[in-house]
Design a protein. Sequence first.
Length: 160
Amino acid sequence: MAAAALAYKCMEVAYMRVIYSSHNSASRDRHELQTALQIVPLGESPSSSASDVDNVNNSTTAEKCALPKGVSSPQVAGTHVISARNRPYFVRLLNFAQDVNFAMEASRKSRIAFAAANSSSGEGKHAEGVSSIKKALDFNFHDVEGLLRLVRLAMEAINR
């Protein structure tokens, strides 16, 4: 289970690197879709009048303010058609969301595998290996070389 925890951590880091590199593109796509669907992001007033600002801040009228006439609310059941020109934005955002889900799932699985390895290792028997694994799991995704070094050290400690 210890090796599985490290493998899942590597998967998490790989997906986090993909997410990190595609975040700006996803933000642009979200903005394009909001513009195409004529949705004003909450927190931004469509004009500078005090009543509009009050409407955006009022939770009961925020939906009315955010969705202009002709655009249905997400809470309303019905058929939603994606125009051909907006489809690439949706596809990229869905792919981005999928990568985020994969990263979170890998993170969750690495913690579960670590907990299983930690509980089955026994007291003091594999303390060095558990400590090495914990260091690798707590490492961030920005320094891949550093993570790989910690994974190698943890694998060596596990195999002793």
